[in-house]
Design a protein around this ligand. Structure first.
Ligand SMILES: *[C@@H]1O[C@H](CO)[C@@H](O)[C@H](O)[C@H]1NC(C)=O
Ligand SMILES: *[C@@H]1O[C@H](CO)[C@@H](O)[C@H](O)[C@H]1NC(C)=O
Ligand SMILES: *[C@@H]1O[C@H](CO)[C@@H](O)[C@H](O)[C@H]1NC(C)=O
Ligand SMILES: *[C@@H]1O[C@H](CO)[C@@H](O)[C@H](O)[C@H]1NC(C)=O
Ligand SMILES: *[C@@H]1O[C@H](CO)[C@@H](O)[C@H](O)[C@H]1NC(C)=O
Ligand SMILES: *[C@@H]1O[C@H](CO)[C@@H](O)[C@H](O)[C@H]1NC(C)=O
Ligand SMILES: *[C@@H]1O[C@H](CO)[C@@H](O)[C@H](O)[C@H]1NC(C)=O
Ligand SMILES: *[C@@H]1O[C@H](CO)[C@@H](O)[C@H](O)[C@H]1NC(C)=O
Ligand SMILES: *[C@@H]1O[C@H](CO)[C@@H](O)[C@H](O)[C@H]1NC(C)=O
Length: 572
């Protein structure tokens, strides 16, 4: 109903709420979907992913139900349960979440925590009047050291439930514990970079801007290598950050479509240790199931919608500095762009993001045989971000007045980063470009964004943990509104994700597997959205390809969807 790039005006669809966090912004279309041929049984809404295999083992094969819960009016009210480990020798944990819902509802973000540590960030499909069902399986063996002791299990799914938003989410979460004879490695100790509110039955997550996402942590001295994993998700005015205009251009179409969302289309997630940069991530443009137009994402959701990958940064080079038995500050920042009147270099700052990002992190620590007795010097760090912008406004003159008719802008960014010490090295190289265009006085918009990067970790004490990673995620997103009442639009999306990971012996929070992994995903198509009082609908045509090679086996699936129907489905 609203172009995602505008600062939101009052909306009939807006769910007024006095909750801790604002409800989802109504630019994301809720499912006011009218289905011509309503299916009798719940419609399955799937994500394309490689099925998770569960090892069969004589010593342990136990399934536990961790949660049976309905999320109705659940803003700031998580499910809180007590987890007790099964009484058998396990080293493999796979969870499965099954959800049903019927009615009218936005997509919702959800997170699962063991104590103070977020272990899974997911989102829901949007229900139809006649009901949907979705299911997702995930390997959580990397958190084995947490699973081995009793934990408070906290599951947050902030939902609004009233006479307008009539969809509640009925959910069941199970875990299967088993023994994998391949014995994937796992961290010995996992420390949170979170507000640590688990003991009080609340979720442990930071909201930026606003919070200071900083914690003090003290390491045991016998650590041989360490990784930080960061979850970071743009919400509300930052959900479609990759379509945001340069700050100096936000008033270009004030008279036709209102103020544009600003601070540019580039964001960087940064990790700092005692104010030294330890690495960065350039976020993947996750599109939730109401994102841009809901018609795209039924009955197959967008890339990673059920499993938001985390970003991994190897901090092994910092260990000589950190292994002094003293607390050190770990901080997560999200920065946006201050442009220089639209042309030239831009600076990155924490003051330059809209509201808001949800971030959390954790430190995976691996014990070595000995305690470190050496000097506590910081690693040698070198980094250079370069961000450049251009902007150009096209005007038309009717003889009396001049009006802005088009806005073209571009952003390019590059960063290299490296940290080196006697323990190892971490290097990154990232490249980014975004070309934005608004025409028809702001009613038509398009963004073409490319993000690509490589990283390499060298771990001297554990060479099998040394690894390389490369990734690329291009996106093209076009939206054209019929008129400035924003009730009808056409949209086009073409995006993908390619990852090539040499892997490590433990399960990665980024590749989601242990060992080498190659992923190649693409989804493209078009959708239509129309909203008139009490009768709104969205439909779309999409082509989706998924291909993953992991654990030495390939899996691929090619699915075409048209409205609510899968019209082509081929698995290999
Ligand atoms: C959710 O659970 C409630 C209570 O058991 C039930 O009445 C309702 O039909 C369920 N809804 C869906 C969509 O499964
Ligand atoms: C490393 O240190 C921790 C904390 O002092 C201790 O619990 C653990 O047993 C040690 N591990 C090894 C392998 O020495
Ligand atoms: C045209 O765009 C410029 C730059 O964003 C802005 O300052 C100006 O107010 C706009 N003009 C009109 C008529 O909206
Ligand atoms: C650290 O000192 C202890 C005690 O002197 C010694 O046993 C150990 O080998 C030393 N460790 C290293 C890595 O030098
Ligand atoms: C010119 O701009 C003025 C002030 O914004 C407006 O009142 C007037 O209607 C415009 N005239 C034309 C011909 O667009
Ligand atoms: C998307 O927008 C770009 C730039 O305006 C345009 O070149 C392209 O044809 C559009 N693609 C579609 C499918 O609408
Ligand atoms: C919005 O504009 C469209 C034309 O683009 C028109 O058909 C529709 O009636 C308008 N809706 C409202 C609520 O004014
Ligand atoms: C929309 O539905 C509501 C309640 O279901 C009703 O009060 C209202 O009159 C309807 N509006 C239109 C334009 O049909
Ligand atoms: C998709 O659904 C819309 C709305 O119900 C309908 O007009 C359109 O014909 C459908 N498209 C196809 C190809 O079935």
């Amino acid at each position: 109903m609203h172009l995602q790039r505008f600062v939101l005006l009052a909306s009939a669809l807006h769910a007024v709420s006095a909750h801790r966090q604002p409800p989802k912004k109504p630019l994301e279309a809720a499912s006011l979907f009218q289905s011509a041929a309503a299916p009798a049984s719940p419609l399955p809404i799937i994500q394309l992913y490689k099925p998770v295999s569960i090892p069969k083992s004589p010593q342990c094969n136990v399934q536990q139900t961790l949660m049976v819960h309905t999320f109705a009016s659940s803003y700031g009210v998580p499910y809180v349960g007590q987890y007790t480990p099964p009484d058998c020798d396990f080293n493999n944990v796979v969870i499965e979440w099954t959800v049903t819902s019927a009615g009218r509802q936005f997509d919702r973000l959800a997170e699962m925590y063991l104590g103070d540590i977020e272990v899974w960030r997911t989102s829901t499909a949007e229900p139809t009047a006649s009901g949907i069902i979705f299911r997702y399986e995930k390997d959580l063996s990397m958190y084995l050291s947490l699973w081995k002791s009793p934990q408070k299990l906290i599951f947050e799914l902030d939902n609004v439930y009233d006479s307008t938003y009539t969809g509640a989410f009925n959910t069941t979460l199970t875990a299967t514990f088993s023994y994998n004879s391949a014995k994937p490695a796992h961290a010995d100790l996992i420390l949170p970079i979170t507000p640590q509110l688990g003991a009080s039955g609340q979720r442990s997550i930071f909201t930026l801007p606003g919070d200071s996402a900083t914690v003090q942590q003290t390491f045991p001295r016998n650590i041989s290598h360490a990784t930080v994993s960061i979850a970071a998700t743009g919400q509300s005015n930052e959900e479609f950050w990759y379509t945001n205009a340069l700050q100096s251009d936000i008033h270009t179409f004030e008279s036709t479509v209102g103020t544009l969302l600003g601070y540019g289309p580039f964001r960087e997630v940064q990790l700092f240790i005692d104010d030294m940069m330890a690495g960065v991530a350039w976020p993947f443009p996750i599109i939730f199931t109401g994102g841009i137009a809901p018609g795209f994402w039924r009955p197959v959701v967008g890339i990673d919608a059920y499993d938001l990958r985390e970003y991994e940064i190897d901090i092994t080079p910092f260990l000589p500095y950190l292994l002094d038995g003293k607390p050190h500050a770990f901080s997560i920042r999200v920065v946006g762009m201050d442009d220089n009147e639209g042309n030239g270099p831009a600076t990155l700052s924490e003051a330059s993001i809209n509201s808001y990002w949800l971030v959390s992190g954790k430190i995976f620590l691996f014990y070595g045989d000995e305690s470190y007795n050496g000097t506590h010097a910081a690693p040698t760090i070198s980094t250079s971000p370069v961000v450049q912008t251009t902007s150009n406004i096209g005007t038309t003159n009717n003889g009396i007045n001049s009006t802005n008719s088009t806005l073209s802008y571009s952003v390019t960014a590059k960063r290299t980063y490296s940290a080196k010490s006697s323990f190892g090295s971490w290097t990154q190289s990232l490249d980014y470009s975004n070309t934005g265009f608004l025409g028809q006085g702001g009613l038509a918009s398009s963004n073409i964004q490319k993000t690509a990067g490589t990283s390499a970790a060298v771990v001297n004490s554990a060479p099998d943990f040394s690894n390389t990673l490369s990734y690329t995620y291009p996106i093209i997103a076009n939206t054209t509104y019929a008129s400035a009442n924003f009730s009808i639009f056409n949209a086009y999306v073409d995006y993908g994700l390619k990852i090539s990971s040499s892997g490590r012996p433990d399960v990665s929070t980024y590749s989601l597997v242990s060992g080498p992994m190659n992923l190649d995903e693409r989804q493209f198509g078009e959708a239509y959205y129309s909203s008139v009082p009490n009768s709104s609908y969205s439909f779309g045509i999409m082509d989706r390809k998924f291909k993953e090679v992991s654990y030495g086996t390939p899996y691929s699936r090619h699915v075409k969807t048209n409205n609510l129907t899968i019209t082509y489905d081929s698995t290999a």
